[in-house]
Design a protein around this ligand. Structure first.
Ligand code: SAH
Ligand code: SF4
Ligand code: F3S
Length: 458
């Protein structure tokens, strides 16, 4: 029976038609933008099979979780969700529950889920996304659970359907996987080795988006600076993407060890390249950076920041920081605080170190207590809050180009959007402004957002 599903979308629609009625899906993407972009491909495949998006989880006939395993709390959240579904399944026995994402690639996890939670219909990993329709057809026809996890790196499969979450801002994968093996990080183990899409495919996708009215692209990769084997390939790609005429370009993530002079030069030459760079530093002490296998020094990082500000003085920087890496001392942590002060980030994503089995740092002596690490991270968060406050206040009185993104959740009649630098702005506006660039006079600053008024045109 599964053979028909291999014959492509038509046969799969026929397989769905036999199910007899319109079915609704709901996808929950946990973790990072990689999972969000994967969820758009899965939504595209489901819609091609005849499913429609459900308004809520409770309405859905099929619920799909894309899990993350980067930290223990992410894993716990994923498991908590799966257990919640067990209850829903009791009320809705026909509910089809699918679980995919990074956590499924961890050795033994899929097997243990199958054994412990037989109500899960389909388990798949990050390397076989393209096989999802076929696997789902098998589940629906054979009425039994199916699990398929592929080891290795996964192929780049082009031309998969996509149902994007936004009409005006689009994620575009440029590369998959990671070869860096930072000693705390599980991502290389669950997303495989680095592999890049061809510039032709990427440009074809971006041109199609521009023709369809998309205003912004976010180029995605675990380390975009290794795109095409590294060197100047990513800077060259950025220049080609810029030539498509797309109004705003963002990208993430950039590893400081490979951030090239050519890429920095792009910030001087390419007006549509947004004035923002997410440049994870992880730690401010050279000793800790070395133990993390980051392969750059504090001095190198600070030089990059200086050069970048040399070509784009108002560039906004954001970062990721891990607190309490094994062996980190109070003195090391002070160096993180001083680096944060020195750079003056717009925002910092801060995490307490979470041991991940199989990674280089797993099992290293870690004498600092969780209480102390919590105190450290609170100190860091307070410092960053103060800096973010100053950055936001400095915008008051300026006029910013904002891409109107969505209605404000808090204030009816208001919209939210981002400046090129990535700062959130709320302003009164009509829904027909969504997806357009507007000039906003910034009037005040809150804790994390700016408020302003759209400048009258003409
Ligand atoms: N490829 C990206 C993102 C990796 S995951 C990059 O290199 O920046 C996002 C962030 O999670 C990392 O930057 C790091 O700060 C954090 N992280 C990864 N593994 C972690 C761990 N074991 N414990 C705590 N934080 C972790
Ligand atoms: Fe993880 Fe380091 Fe790769 Fe980022 S660069 S995904 S932190 S191993
Ligand atoms: Fe999590 Fe996978 Fe992203 S582990 S952070 S969802 S690449």
């Amino acid at each position: 029976m599964t053979g028909i599903c291999r014959e492509g979308p038509e046969a799969r629609r026929a397989c769905m038609a036999r199910e007899g009625r319109k079915r609704l899906y709901f996808i929950v993407a946990m973790g990072c933008q990689m999972n969000v972009r994967d969820s758009e491909t899965l939504a595209g495949m489901l819609e091609e099979m005849g499913f429609s998006r459900a308004g809520t989880r409770e309405d859905a006939d099929l619920i799909l979780y894309l899990t993350c395993c980067v930290r223990e709390n992410a894993e716990n959240k994923a498991l908590g969700n799966v257990i919640w579904l067990k209850e829903l399944k009791k009320i809705k026995p026909d509910l089809v529950i699918c679980v995919g994402g990074c956590m499924m690639q961890v050795q033994g996890v899929a097997e243990s889920l199958i054994a412990r939670y037989p109500f899960i219909a389909l388990i798949f990993g990050t390397h076989n996304l393209h096989r999802f329709p076929e696997l789902l057809c098998r589940v629906l026809e054979e009425k039994r659970p199916v699990a398929e996890i592929l080891d290795g790196d996964g192929d780049i499969v082009e031309g998969l359907p996509v149902k994007r979450g936004s009409a005006h801002s689009a994620f575009v994968n440029v590369m998959y996987g990671c070869d860096n093996f930072c000693s705390y990080c599980i991502v290389p183990y669950v997303r495989g080795r680095e592999r890049s899409r061809s510039p032709e495919e990427i440009l074809r996708e971006v041109r199609g988006l521009v023709e369809g009215g998309t205003q912004e692209v976010v180029l995605l990769g675990q380390n975009v600076n290794s795109y095409g084997g590294g060197g100047n390939a990513f800077a060259a790609l950025l220049r080609s993407v810029h030539e498509t005429g797309i109004r705003r370009i963002r990208f993430m993530t950039s590893h400081p060890k490979d951030l090239s002079a050519e890429l920095i030069a792009c910030y001087g030459d390419l007006p549509n390249l947004a004035g923002h760079l997410h440049l994870p530093v992880q730690a401010g002490s050279d000793r800790v950076l070395a133990a993390m296998n980051r392969r750059y020094t504090r001095e190198h990082y600070l030089k990059l920041v200086e050069k970048l500000r040399g070509v784009r003085p108002d560039v906004g920087l954001t970062t990721d920081i891990i607190v309490g890496f094994p062996g980190e001392t109070r003195q090391d942590f002070r160096e993180t605080l001083s680096l944060v002060r020195e750079v003056g980030y717009d925002a910092a994503f801060t995490f307490i170190y979470s041991p991940r089995a199989g990674t280089g740092a797993y099992g290293l002596p870690d004498p600092v207590s969780m209480e102390e690490k919590t105190e450290w991270i609170e100190e860091l968060i307070a410092l960053q809050r103060e800096i973010t406050g100053r950055v936001l206040k400095a915008q008051i009185g300026s006029c910013q180009e904002v891409l109107a993104d969505a209605p404000s959740a808090r204030d009816p009649g208001w919209l939210g959007g981002k400046t090129g630098r990535g700062l959130m702005v709320n302003f009164p506006g009509a829904p027909d402004m969504i997806g357009r660039f507007v000039q906003v006079d910034i009037g005040s600053a809150g804790r994390n957002t700016l408020r302003g008024k759209v400048r009258e045109e003409g």
